[in-house]
Design a protein around this ligand. Structure first.
Ligand code: CMP
Length: 153
């Protein structure tokens, strides 16, 4: 099933010059970039994005961090994109992230875990609407898809 999911390369990823290497991993897997932008978000968007964590003790730090410097927001499309992106990212806590994942290769701290990804199809739909307008998302064909994707029935 073709899905779309939101990925954020958080401020630590931008500051550590890892944007290209991180996006490369999703492209290497075959996922299609259908939306992409560099943004410095305000606290309002940060609080809405992380609303589910609003009662957690780390909420304020999370909002401070995500709104402190530019980040890269991307929408990735492909079969099972939500689960595939989470697997590419690795476990939220870098100490538990497998080698070969983004967090398992590049991160040490949960608060500086480089990437965010939608955790379900429903969350992905909400997050896409929060971060991207319809005009910022693109439907287009890639020649390589005949080698990456199974033929449609
Ligand atoms: P993310 O996928 O962006 O979603 C919520 C974020 O909260 C998570 O990645 C971590 O960066 C952060 N987070 C989760 N647990 C903690 C924690 N115990 N302390 C600090 N940050 C946390």
């Amino acid at each position: 099933m073709n899905e779309r999911t939101l990925v954020l390369v958080k401020p630590d990823g931008v500051q550590r010059l890892l944007v290209g290497r991180i996006l490369q991993r999703y492209e290497d897997r075959g996922l299609k970039i259908v939306g992409l932008k560099l943004v410095l978000i305000n606290r309002d968007l940060a609080e809405r994005h992380y609303a589910i964590h609003s009662e957690r003790p780390f909420f304020r730090g999370l909002v401070d961090f995500i709104s402190s410097a530019p980040l890269v927001a991307a929408v990735l499309e492909g079969p099972n994109a939500v689960a595939v992106v989470r697997a590419v990212n690795g476990a939220t806590r870098p100490a538990e992230a497998a080698p070969g994942t983004i967090r398992g290769d590049f991160a040490l701290e949960t608060a500086q875990n480089l990437v965010h990804a939608s955790d379900s199809i429903d969350t992905a739909a909400q997050e896409l609407a929060l971060w991207f307008t319809p005009a910022e998302l693109f439907d287009y064909d890639r020649d390589v898809d005949r080698w990456v994707l199974a033929p449609e029935d």
